[in-house]
Write a protein that binds this ligand. Sequence first.
Ligand SMILES: NC(=O)c1ccc[n+]([C@@H]2O[C@H](COP(=O)([O-])OP(=O)(O)OC[C@H]3O[C@@H](n4cnc5c(N)ncnc54)[C@H](OP(=O)(O)O)[C@@H]3O)[C@@H](O)[C@H]2O)c1
Length: 395
Amino acid sequence: MSRLNTDRPYDIVLFGATGFVGTLTAEYLAAHAPDGLRWAIAGRSGGRLERLRERLRERLPGGAEIGVLRADVSDPASLRALAEQARVVATTVGPYVEYGEELVAACADTGTDYVDLTGEPEFVDLMYVRHDARARETGARLVHACGFDSVPHDLGAYFTVRQLPEGVPLTVDGFVTADAAFSGGTFASALNQFARHRGLRAAARERRHHEPRLVDRRASAPLGAPRYAPEVGAWALPLPTIDGQIVRRSARALDRYGPDFRYRHYAAVRRLPVAVGGVAAVGALVTAAQVPSLRRRLSDRLRPGDGPGPEKRARSRFSVRFVGEGGGLRVYTEVAGGDPGYDETAKMLAEGALSLAFDDLPPAAGQVTTAVAMGDALIDRLRAAGIRFRVAATR
Ligand SMILES: NC(=O)c1ccc[n+]([C@@H]2O[C@H](COP(=O)([O-])OP(=O)(O)OC[C@H]3O[C@@H](n4cnc5c(N)ncnc54)[C@H](OP(=O)(O)O)[C@@H]3O)[C@@H](O)[C@H]2O)c1
Protein backbone atom coordinates (compact mmCIF):
# COMPACT_ATOMS: atom_id res chain seq x y z
CA MET A 1 0.00 0.00 0.00
CA SER A 2 1.17 3.55 -0.77
CA ARG A 3 3.01 5.16 2.14
CA LEU A 4 1.12 8.40 1.67
CA ASN A 5 -1.81 9.79 3.60
CA THR A 6 -3.43 6.69 5.07
CA ASP A 7 -5.13 8.95 7.65
CA ARG A 8 -7.32 10.65 5.00
CA PRO A 9 -11.04 9.79 4.73
CA TYR A 10 -10.96 8.49 1.14
CA ASP A 11 -8.58 6.21 -0.76
CA ILE A 12 -9.87 7.53 -4.09
CA VAL A 13 -11.91 10.59 -5.06
CA LEU A 14 -13.24 10.62 -8.63
CA PHE A 15 -13.71 14.22 -9.85
CA GLY A 16 -15.97 14.73 -12.90
CA ALA A 17 -17.91 11.59 -11.97
CA THR A 18 -21.11 12.85 -13.61
CA GLY A 19 -19.56 13.32 -17.10
CA PHE A 20 -19.52 10.66 -19.83
CA VAL A 21 -16.22 8.92 -18.97
CA GLY A 22 -16.62 9.90 -15.31
CA THR A 23 -19.84 7.89 -15.05
CA LEU A 24 -18.24 4.87 -16.76
CA THR A 25 -15.31 5.13 -14.34
CA ALA A 26 -17.66 5.36 -11.33
CA GLU A 27 -19.53 2.28 -12.58
CA TYR A 28 -16.26 0.42 -13.04
CA LEU A 29 -15.11 1.30 -9.52
CA ALA A 30 -18.46 0.34 -8.02
CA ALA A 31 -18.39 -3.02 -9.83
CA HIS A 32 -14.73 -3.79 -9.06
CA ALA A 33 -14.07 -2.00 -5.78
CA PRO A 34 -11.87 -4.11 -3.51
CA ASP A 35 -13.44 -4.83 -0.11
CA GLY A 36 -13.15 -1.84 2.16
CA LEU A 37 -12.33 0.69 -0.59
CA ARG A 38 -13.15 4.16 0.78
CA TRP A 39 -14.10 6.30 -2.20
CA ALA A 40 -16.16 9.30 -3.21
CA ILE A 41 -17.63 10.77 -6.36
CA ALA A 42 -17.06 14.50 -6.82
CA GLY A 43 -18.35 17.19 -9.16
CA ARG A 44 -20.00 20.57 -9.36
CA SER A 45 -23.66 19.51 -9.19
CA GLY A 46 -24.92 18.06 -5.91
CA GLY A 47 -28.16 16.89 -7.56
CA ARG A 48 -26.41 14.98 -10.34
CA LEU A 49 -23.98 13.41 -7.90
CA GLU A 50 -26.84 12.20 -5.66
CA ARG A 51 -28.67 10.72 -8.65
CA LEU A 52 -25.47 8.95 -9.77
CA ARG A 53 -24.92 7.58 -6.27
CA GLU A 54 -28.49 6.23 -6.18
CA ARG A 55 -28.03 4.49 -9.53
CA LEU A 56 -24.74 2.96 -8.40
CA ARG A 57 -26.31 1.80 -5.13
CA GLU A 58 -29.21 0.11 -6.88
CA ARG A 59 -27.23 -1.66 -9.55
CA LEU A 60 -23.81 -2.50 -8.26
CA PRO A 61 -22.39 -4.43 -5.33
CA GLY A 62 -19.78 -1.82 -4.37
CA GLY A 63 -22.20 1.09 -4.58
CA ALA A 64 -23.27 1.11 -0.94
CA GLU A 65 -20.62 3.24 0.75
CA ILE A 66 -19.86 5.96 -1.75
CA GLY A 67 -19.15 9.48 -0.48
CA VAL A 68 -20.19 12.63 -2.33
CA LEU A 69 -18.04 15.80 -2.51
CA ARG A 70 -18.96 19.10 -4.18
CA ALA A 71 -16.16 20.94 -5.96
CA ASP A 72 -15.96 23.39 -8.84
CA VAL A 73 -12.92 24.29 -10.93
CA SER A 74 -13.77 27.97 -10.54
CA ASP A 75 -13.45 27.64 -6.73
CA PRO A 76 -9.83 26.71 -5.84
CA ALA A 77 -10.70 26.29 -2.14
CA SER A 78 -13.14 23.50 -3.04
CA LEU A 79 -10.39 21.72 -5.00
CA ARG A 80 -7.97 22.08 -2.12
CA ALA A 81 -10.56 20.59 0.26
CA LEU A 82 -11.10 17.72 -2.21
CA ALA A 83 -7.35 17.01 -2.48
CA GLU A 84 -6.97 17.07 1.32
CA GLN A 85 -9.58 14.35 1.76
CA ALA A 86 -8.10 11.87 -0.74
CA ARG A 87 -5.07 9.62 -0.99
CA VAL A 88 -5.55 9.55 -4.79
CA VAL A 89 -7.58 11.95 -6.96
CA ALA A 90 -8.70 10.75 -10.42
CA THR A 91 -10.13 13.48 -12.64
CA THR A 92 -12.05 13.50 -15.93
CA VAL A 93 -12.71 17.25 -15.93
CA GLY A 94 -11.43 18.53 -19.28
CA PRO A 95 -10.38 20.22 -21.54
CA TYR A 96 -7.59 20.10 -18.99
CA VAL A 97 -5.73 23.11 -20.32
CA GLU A 98 -8.86 25.13 -19.45
CA TYR A 99 -10.08 23.39 -16.30
CA GLY A 100 -7.23 21.29 -14.95
CA GLU A 101 -4.49 23.39 -13.35
CA GLU A 102 -5.94 24.26 -9.94
CA LEU A 103 -6.50 20.61 -9.09
CA VAL A 104 -2.95 19.66 -10.10
CA ALA A 105 -1.68 22.54 -7.94
CA ALA A 106 -3.80 21.40 -4.97
CA CYS A 107 -2.60 17.79 -5.28
CA ALA A 108 1.06 18.82 -5.65
CA ASP A 109 0.77 21.05 -2.59
CA THR A 110 -1.06 18.57 -0.36
CA GLY A 111 1.04 15.52 -1.35
CA THR A 112 -1.96 13.82 -2.97
CA ASP A 113 -1.46 11.31 -5.80
CA TYR A 114 -3.19 12.37 -9.03
CA VAL A 115 -4.29 10.67 -12.29
CA ASP A 116 -6.06 12.18 -15.28
CA LEU A 117 -7.12 11.51 -18.87
CA THR A 118 -5.47 14.38 -20.63
CA GLY A 119 -4.05 13.93 -24.11
CA GLU A 120 -3.07 17.62 -24.24
CA PRO A 121 0.73 18.08 -24.47
CA GLU A 122 0.47 21.80 -23.66
CA PHE A 123 -1.23 21.04 -20.35
CA VAL A 124 1.27 18.33 -19.39
CA ASP A 125 4.24 20.59 -20.21
CA LEU A 126 2.81 23.53 -18.25
CA MET A 127 2.05 21.30 -15.25
CA TYR A 128 5.63 20.06 -15.34
CA VAL A 129 7.02 23.58 -15.37
CA ARG A 130 4.68 24.85 -12.63
CA HIS A 131 4.06 21.94 -10.26
CA ASP A 132 6.62 19.15 -10.67
CA ALA A 133 9.07 20.68 -8.17
CA ARG A 134 6.42 21.13 -5.45
CA ALA A 135 5.12 17.59 -6.01
CA ARG A 136 8.64 16.22 -5.56
CA GLU A 137 8.86 18.05 -2.22
CA THR A 138 5.53 16.68 -0.94
CA GLY A 139 5.88 13.20 -2.51
CA ALA A 140 2.79 13.52 -4.75
CA ARG A 141 2.83 11.45 -7.96
CA LEU A 142 1.25 13.41 -10.82
CA VAL A 143 0.29 10.93 -13.54
CA HIS A 144 -1.22 12.41 -16.70
CA ALA A 145 -2.58 10.54 -19.72
CA CYS A 146 -3.89 7.51 -17.82
CA GLY A 147 -6.48 6.53 -20.47
CA PHE A 148 -6.20 5.27 -24.05
CA ASP A 149 -3.87 8.28 -24.30
CA SER A 150 -1.29 6.93 -23.38
CA VAL A 151 -1.51 3.73 -21.31
CA PRO A 152 -1.41 1.08 -24.10
CA HIS A 153 1.44 2.90 -25.84
CA ASP A 154 3.48 3.71 -22.73
CA LEU A 155 3.03 0.33 -21.05
CA GLY A 156 3.22 -1.47 -24.42
CA ALA A 157 6.61 0.11 -25.19
CA TYR A 158 7.74 -0.70 -21.62
CA PHE A 159 6.55 -4.31 -22.02
CA THR A 160 8.38 -4.57 -25.40
CA VAL A 161 11.61 -3.18 -23.94
CA ARG A 162 11.42 -5.81 -21.19
CA GLN A 163 11.59 -8.53 -23.88
CA LEU A 164 14.84 -7.10 -25.33
CA PRO A 165 18.45 -7.32 -24.08
CA GLU A 166 19.68 -4.86 -21.45
CA GLY A 167 22.40 -2.23 -21.90
CA VAL A 168 22.21 -1.93 -25.74
CA PRO A 169 20.60 0.65 -28.08
CA LEU A 170 16.91 -0.16 -28.68
CA THR A 171 14.25 0.93 -31.15
CA VAL A 172 10.51 0.40 -30.79
CA ASP A 173 7.83 1.25 -33.36
CA GLY A 174 4.16 1.29 -32.25
CA PHE A 175 1.31 0.77 -34.78
CA VAL A 176 -2.18 1.68 -33.56
CA THR A 177 -5.47 0.42 -34.96
CA ALA A 178 -8.59 1.67 -33.20
CA ASP A 179 -12.25 2.42 -33.78
CA ALA A 180 -12.74 6.10 -33.13
CA ALA A 181 -16.02 7.61 -31.94
CA PHE A 182 -15.94 10.91 -30.11
CA SER A 183 -17.67 11.87 -26.86
CA GLY A 184 -18.57 15.54 -26.41
CA GLY A 185 -15.70 16.00 -23.97
CA THR A 186 -13.09 14.39 -26.23
CA PHE A 187 -14.28 16.35 -29.25
CA ALA A 188 -14.11 19.62 -27.28
CA SER A 189 -10.59 18.79 -26.07
CA ALA A 190 -9.42 17.89 -29.61
CA LEU A 191 -10.83 21.08 -31.17
CA ASN A 192 -9.38 23.13 -28.37
CA GLN A 193 -5.94 21.61 -28.94
CA PHE A 194 -6.00 22.11 -32.70
CA ALA A 195 -6.65 25.81 -32.08
CA ARG A 196 -3.77 26.23 -29.63
CA HIS A 197 -0.66 25.31 -31.61
CA ARG A 198 1.21 28.48 -30.52
CA GLY A 199 0.57 27.77 -26.84
CA LEU A 200 1.59 24.19 -27.39
CA ARG A 201 4.96 25.16 -28.88
CA ALA A 202 5.60 27.76 -26.17
CA ALA A 203 4.85 25.26 -23.39
CA ALA A 204 7.17 22.66 -24.97
CA ARG A 205 9.94 25.29 -25.16
CA GLU A 206 9.45 26.24 -21.52
CA ARG A 207 9.61 22.61 -20.48
CA ARG A 208 12.87 22.09 -22.37
CA HIS A 209 14.40 25.00 -20.39
CA HIS A 210 13.43 23.38 -17.09
CA GLU A 211 14.06 19.71 -17.78
CA PRO A 212 17.50 18.43 -16.82
CA ARG A 213 19.56 17.14 -19.75
CA LEU A 214 20.18 13.40 -19.98
CA VAL A 215 23.81 12.57 -19.32
CA ASP A 216 25.39 9.61 -21.20
CA ARG A 217 22.03 8.37 -22.53
CA ARG A 218 19.67 9.28 -25.35
CA ALA A 219 15.90 8.93 -25.63
CA SER A 220 14.01 10.23 -28.67
CA ALA A 221 10.58 10.01 -30.27
CA PRO A 222 10.88 11.55 -33.76
CA LEU A 223 7.83 11.70 -36.02
CA GLY A 224 8.46 8.97 -38.59
CA ALA A 225 7.62 9.44 -42.28
CA PRO A 226 4.51 7.85 -43.82
CA ARG A 227 5.46 4.48 -45.33
CA TYR A 228 4.26 1.02 -46.11
CA ALA A 229 5.33 -1.12 -43.14
CA PRO A 230 5.73 -4.76 -44.27
CA GLU A 231 6.47 -5.79 -40.66
CA VAL A 232 2.77 -5.19 -39.83
CA GLY A 233 1.31 -5.46 -43.34
CA ALA A 234 -0.20 -1.94 -43.28
CA TRP A 235 0.37 1.69 -44.23
CA ALA A 236 2.00 3.51 -41.32
CA LEU A 237 1.02 7.15 -40.78
CA PRO A 238 3.00 9.12 -38.17
CA LEU A 239 0.71 10.05 -35.25
CA PRO A 240 1.61 13.39 -33.65
CA THR A 241 -0.34 12.62 -30.47
CA ILE A 242 1.01 12.93 -26.93
CA ASP A 243 1.86 9.22 -26.84
CA GLY A 244 5.35 9.46 -28.35
CA GLN A 245 6.31 12.17 -25.84
CA ILE A 246 5.07 10.03 -22.94
CA VAL A 247 7.04 6.98 -24.14
CA ARG A 248 10.15 9.16 -24.50
CA ARG A 249 9.73 10.43 -20.92
CA SER A 250 9.52 6.88 -19.61
CA ALA A 251 12.70 6.08 -21.55
CA ARG A 252 14.44 9.14 -20.07
CA ALA A 253 13.52 8.08 -16.56
CA LEU A 254 14.23 4.34 -16.70
CA ASP A 255 17.73 2.94 -17.41
CA ARG A 256 16.14 -0.31 -18.64
CA TYR A 257 15.41 1.43 -21.99
CA GLY A 258 19.17 1.35 -22.62
CA PRO A 259 21.81 3.93 -23.62
CA ASP A 260 20.10 5.01 -26.84
CA PHE A 261 16.33 4.53 -27.24
CA ARG A 262 14.11 5.62 -30.13
CA TYR A 263 10.31 5.31 -30.36
CA ARG A 264 8.13 6.05 -33.41
CA HIS A 265 4.35 6.17 -33.19
CA TYR A 266 2.08 5.34 -36.16
CA ALA A 267 -1.52 4.73 -37.11
CA ALA A 268 -1.70 1.45 -39.06
CA VAL A 269 -4.14 1.50 -41.99
CA ARG A 270 -4.58 -1.46 -44.33
CA ARG A 271 -5.85 0.37 -47.43
CA LEU A 272 -4.12 3.37 -48.99
CA PRO A 273 -7.37 5.28 -49.86
CA VAL A 274 -8.44 5.02 -46.21
CA ALA A 275 -5.05 6.38 -45.14
CA VAL A 276 -5.29 9.32 -47.55
CA GLY A 277 -8.92 10.01 -46.53
CA GLY A 278 -7.99 9.95 -42.82
CA VAL A 279 -5.18 12.47 -43.30
CA ALA A 280 -7.50 14.76 -45.32
CA ALA A 281 -10.28 14.59 -42.68
CA VAL A 282 -7.91 15.46 -39.82
CA GLY A 283 -6.42 18.26 -41.93
CA ALA A 284 -9.89 19.71 -42.56
CA LEU A 285 -10.74 19.56 -38.84
CA VAL A 286 -7.46 21.25 -37.86
CA THR A 287 -8.10 24.01 -40.43
CA ALA A 288 -11.71 24.54 -39.30
CA ALA A 289 -10.63 24.70 -35.65
CA GLN A 290 -8.55 27.84 -36.41
CA VAL A 291 -11.74 29.84 -37.13
CA PRO A 292 -13.68 30.62 -33.91
CA SER A 293 -17.15 30.60 -35.53
CA LEU A 294 -16.51 27.26 -37.28
CA ARG A 295 -15.07 25.83 -34.07
CA ARG A 296 -18.24 26.82 -32.17
CA ARG A 297 -20.47 25.25 -34.83
CA LEU A 298 -18.45 22.04 -34.78
CA SER A 299 -18.51 21.76 -31.00
CA ASP A 300 -22.30 22.34 -30.99
CA ARG A 301 -22.66 19.08 -32.92
CA LEU A 302 -21.52 17.03 -29.92
CA ARG A 303 -22.45 18.34 -26.48
CA PRO A 304 -20.64 17.73 -23.16
CA GLY A 305 -21.93 14.52 -21.55
CA ASP A 306 -22.76 12.91 -24.95
CA GLY A 307 -20.88 9.87 -26.23
CA PRO A 308 -21.20 6.57 -28.06
CA GLY A 309 -23.87 4.20 -26.67
CA PRO A 310 -23.29 0.73 -25.19
CA GLU A 311 -23.89 -1.12 -28.49
CA LYS A 312 -21.43 0.97 -30.44
CA ARG A 313 -18.90 0.62 -27.61
CA ALA A 314 -19.40 -3.15 -27.45
CA ARG A 315 -18.42 -3.39 -31.16
CA SER A 316 -15.29 -1.23 -30.77
CA ARG A 317 -11.78 -2.62 -30.43
CA PHE A 318 -8.19 -1.43 -30.33
CA SER A 319 -4.85 -3.04 -31.01
CA VAL A 320 -1.37 -1.59 -30.73
CA ARG A 321 1.32 -3.72 -32.33
CA PHE A 322 4.95 -3.05 -31.44
CA VAL A 323 8.12 -4.04 -33.24
CA GLY A 324 11.16 -3.77 -30.97
CA GLU A 325 14.79 -4.30 -31.96
CA GLY A 326 18.15 -4.33 -30.22
CA GLY A 327 21.17 -6.52 -29.47
CA GLY A 328 20.47 -8.68 -32.54
CA LEU A 329 16.92 -9.51 -31.44
CA ARG A 330 13.59 -8.46 -32.98
CA VAL A 331 10.39 -8.87 -30.98
CA TYR A 332 6.74 -8.44 -31.99
CA THR A 333 4.29 -7.63 -29.20
CA GLU A 334 0.70 -6.47 -28.93
CA VAL A 335 -1.57 -4.67 -26.47
CA ALA A 336 -5.26 -5.09 -27.33
CA GLY A 337 -8.69 -4.64 -25.83
CA GLY A 338 -12.24 -3.41 -26.32
CA ASP A 339 -13.66 0.09 -26.78
CA PRO A 340 -10.55 2.29 -26.52
CA GLY A 341 -11.97 5.75 -25.94
CA TYR A 342 -14.45 5.02 -23.19
CA ASP A 343 -14.90 1.55 -21.63
CA GLU A 344 -11.18 0.74 -21.65
CA THR A 345 -10.23 4.32 -20.81
CA ALA A 346 -12.49 4.20 -17.73
CA LYS A 347 -10.88 0.87 -16.77
CA MET A 348 -7.36 2.29 -17.19
CA LEU A 349 -8.14 5.38 -15.11
CA ALA A 350 -9.80 3.36 -12.34
CA GLU A 351 -7.07 0.68 -12.25
CA GLY A 352 -4.41 3.42 -12.32
CA ALA A 353 -5.99 5.06 -9.28
CA LEU A 354 -6.31 1.69 -7.48
CA SER A 355 -2.68 0.89 -8.31
CA LEU A 356 -1.44 4.18 -6.83
CA ALA A 357 -3.56 3.60 -3.74
CA PHE A 358 -2.80 -0.05 -3.04
CA ASP A 359 0.15 -1.50 -5.00
CA ASP A 360 3.70 -1.80 -3.81
CA LEU A 361 5.29 0.55 -6.34
CA PRO A 362 8.81 1.84 -7.04
CA PRO A 363 9.64 5.13 -5.30
CA ALA A 364 8.58 8.12 -7.43
CA ALA A 365 7.36 11.70 -6.99
CA GLY A 366 6.57 14.66 -9.22
CA GLN A 367 5.25 14.38 -12.78
CA VAL A 368 5.70 10.73 -13.79
CA THR A 369 4.40 8.49 -16.57
CA THR A 370 2.32 5.35 -16.05
CA ALA A 371 5.38 3.19 -16.87
CA VAL A 372 7.51 4.98 -14.28
CA ALA A 373 4.89 5.25 -11.53
CA MET A 374 3.18 1.86 -11.91
CA GLY A 375 4.85 -0.24 -14.66
CA ASP A 376 4.42 -3.98 -14.03
CA ALA A 377 1.78 -3.49 -11.33
CA LEU A 378 -0.55 -1.70 -13.75
CA ILE A 379 0.14 -4.22 -16.54
CA ASP A 380 -0.87 -7.01 -14.12
CA ARG A 381 -4.04 -5.17 -13.16
CA LEU A 382 -5.03 -4.46 -16.77
CA ARG A 383 -4.37 -8.07 -17.79
CA ALA A 384 -6.57 -9.27 -14.95
CA ALA A 385 -9.22 -6.82 -16.20
CA GLY A 386 -9.16 -8.26 -19.75
CA ILE A 387 -6.62 -6.11 -21.67
CA ARG A 388 -4.14 -8.34 -23.52
CA PHE A 389 -0.36 -7.81 -23.36
CA ARG A 390 1.34 -10.54 -25.41
CA VAL A 391 4.56 -11.41 -27.18
CA ALA A 392 3.51 -12.45 -30.71
CA ALA A 393 6.95 -13.54 -32.00
CA THR A 394 10.68 -13.21 -31.36
CA ARG A 395 13.40 -13.49 -34.03
N1 LIG B 1 -7.08 9.89 -22.67
C1 LIG B 1 -8.08 9.41 -23.36
O1 LIG B 1 -7.90 8.48 -24.08
C2 LIG B 1 -9.44 10.01 -23.21
C3 LIG B 1 -10.58 9.29 -23.55
C4 LIG B 1 -11.82 9.87 -23.33
C5 LIG B 1 -11.92 11.15 -22.81
N2 LIG B 1 -10.78 11.84 -22.52
C6 LIG B 1 -10.83 13.20 -21.95
O2 LIG B 1 -11.57 13.14 -20.74
C7 LIG B 1 -12.25 14.38 -20.54
C8 LIG B 1 -13.73 14.10 -20.21
O3 LIG B 1 -14.38 13.55 -21.35
P1 LIG B 1 -15.96 13.29 -21.27
O4 LIG B 1 -16.36 12.76 -22.59
O5 LIG B 1 -16.28 12.51 -20.05
O6 LIG B 1 -16.47 14.81 -21.11
P2 LIG B 1 -17.84 15.35 -20.44
O7 LIG B 1 -18.89 14.30 -20.54
O8 LIG B 1 -18.07 16.67 -21.04
O9 LIG B 1 -17.45 15.48 -18.89
C9 LIG B 1 -16.71 16.56 -18.38
C10 LIG B 1 -16.83 16.60 -16.88
O10 LIG B 1 -16.26 17.83 -16.44
C11 LIG B 1 -17.15 18.41 -15.49
N3 LIG B 1 -17.00 19.86 -15.42
C12 LIG B 1 -17.09 20.76 -16.41
N4 LIG B 1 -16.93 22.00 -15.91
C13 LIG B 1 -16.74 21.86 -14.56
C14 LIG B 1 -16.53 22.75 -13.49
N5 LIG B 1 -16.53 24.08 -13.68
N6 LIG B 1 -16.34 22.25 -12.25
C15 LIG B 1 -16.37 20.93 -12.03
N7 LIG B 1 -16.59 20.03 -12.99
C16 LIG B 1 -16.78 20.48 -14.26
C17 LIG B 1 -18.53 18.03 -15.98
O11 LIG B 1 -19.46 18.19 -14.92
P3 LIG B 1 -21.05 18.09 -15.16
O12 LIG B 1 -21.36 16.62 -15.24
O13 LIG B 1 -21.60 18.76 -13.94
O14 LIG B 1 -21.35 18.82 -16.44
C18 LIG B 1 -18.28 16.58 -16.36
O15 LIG B 1 -18.32 15.77 -15.21
C19 LIG B 1 -12.02 15.20 -21.83
O16 LIG B 1 -11.00 16.13 -21.60
C20 LIG B 1 -11.59 14.17 -22.84
O17 LIG B 1 -10.74 14.70 -23.84
C21 LIG B 1 -9.56 11.30 -22.71
